[in-house]
Design a protein around this ligand. Structure first.
Ligand SMILES: Cc1cc2nc3c(=O)[nH]c(=O)nc-3n(C[C@H](O)[C@H](O)[C@H](O)COP(=O)(O)O)c2cc1C
Length: 351
């Protein structure tokens, strides 16, 4: 199933004829969450308090807290007809680099028992290709979008951010700081000074909402998040994938063409949740929390740990309409806990 979704999003070699399942649960009007046995009590609750799922990342308002993560949702257009955009707070585009990139050699995806390794290698049409082919369709979709920006030097990021500043329809940018800095030979977000310097310089070029996405592959994620916040980030997105390796013992070759890759999906959820909690308890900044979220219960854990919004990634490759199920699950939970505003849950872990 994952191969089918990937072939829609990337130039993926493994084509599959399988059809993605249509969501059996279409978006439901609020009244439908009232169960028949408890009708009057719940109805009264809903009349008195309407349910709010909207969240804010500083000035950027999202109708629901669910953000589709970069690299797992294409540019939105590819998944039209398979998803109910109404339930998605925003979609984040595949990371754009200054020049187009074909990506890494195949195989670029390997599924383990509990997770997924990828080494896509930032395949994307480049800034010009994005502006010409992708952006016009993206802005017509009935959903908010965030453009993910990447590069290998400060100049790369600056060039893209300056150019996108003229595109008035784009409200928010996500800086993917998991790209390797060619000078440091490390990812930008593996060093607090590089993170601060880059975000500070880009902040000067844009009034758009700046979300800074950081890697979990650091000793102290709090100092990196703090550097990004101090440099002017409106929100911090964590986590990107963890480094991972798999070896076929018969051929003795690595499963991925580029040897190692980034690990995502349910296997990383507790690790990601811990990082989100660490940042949330130490820094006052809106957090987009994610890593392994597959359902409403996972999403609620991230919100209780301190996330303002949550991101869903690999699950989109299996089931692109999962935001619809998550929204339904959030509403059910809020009804059960008599909560009218999702924001009341943020950081609500009891310890
Ligand atoms: C196939 C694939 C491609 C990805 N491409 C990008 C990317 O271009 N930019 C980025 O910031 N993150 C990228 N990611 C990371 C996801 O956005 C997300 O942060 C990560 O997978 C963890 O979330 P998840 O466990 O819900 O998938 C990619 C992930 C996958 C699985």
């Amino acid at each position: 199933m994952i191969h089918f979704a990937l072939s829609k999003l990337y130039h993926y070699p493994h084509k599959s004829k399988a059809k993605l399942p249509k969501n059996p649960l279409p978006a439901l009007p609020i009244i439908s969450i009232i169960d028949k046995t408890d009708f009057s009590r719940n109805w009264l609750f809903l009349v008195i308090k309407s349910m709010n799922l909207a969240v804010k990342l500083n000035n950027f308002e999202l109708p629901t807290p669910i953000i589709c993560a970069s690299g797992t949702f294409g540019y939105g257009e590819e998944l039209k007809g398979l998803v109910n955009f109404k339930n998605i707070g925003a979609i984040t585009t595949k990371t754009i680099t200054p020049q187009s990139r074909a990506g890494n050699p195949p195989p670029r995806i390997y599924e383990t028992e509990y997770g997924v390794m990828n080494s896509i290698g930032l395949e994307n049409p480049g800034l010009e290709g994005f502006l010409e082919e992708k952006l016009p369709k993206l802005v017509k979709l009935p959903v908010k979008s965030i453009v993910s920006v990447g590069g290998f030097s400060q100049e790369d990021y600056e060039g893209i951010v300056k150019k996108l500043e003229n595109e008035k329809e784009i409200e928010a940018l996500e800086l993917n700081l998991s790209c390797p800095n060619i000078k440091m030979k490390k990812m930008f977000s593996q060093n607090k000074d590089a993170t601060y310097g880059l975000v500070k310089s880009l902040r000067a070029f844009t009034k758009k909402t700046l979300i800074v996405k950081i890697t979990p592959e650091v000793e102290d994620i709090v100092e990196i998040a703090k550097a990004a916040r101090d440099a002017g980030a409106d929100a911090i997105s964590l986590v990107n994938t963890f480094f991972a390796l798999g070896i076929n013992i018969e051929t003795k070759k690595p499963y991925l063409g580029s040897i190692y890759g980034g690990y995502s999906s349910r296997a990383i959820k507790p690790l990601a949740l811990y990082k989100v909690w660490q940042v949330a308890r130490n820094i006052d900044v809106p957090i987009v929390g994610g890593g392994g979220i597959e359902n409403a219960s996972d999403a609620i854990e991230f919100i209780l740990a301190g996330a303002a919004a949550i991101s869903i990634g690999t699950i989109n490759l299996v089931y692109p309409n999962s935001a619809t199920d998550i929204v339904k699950g959030l509403k059910d939970y809020m009804k059960r806990k008599k909560i009218s505003d999702i924001n009341e849950l943020r950081g609500g872990m009891v310890s």
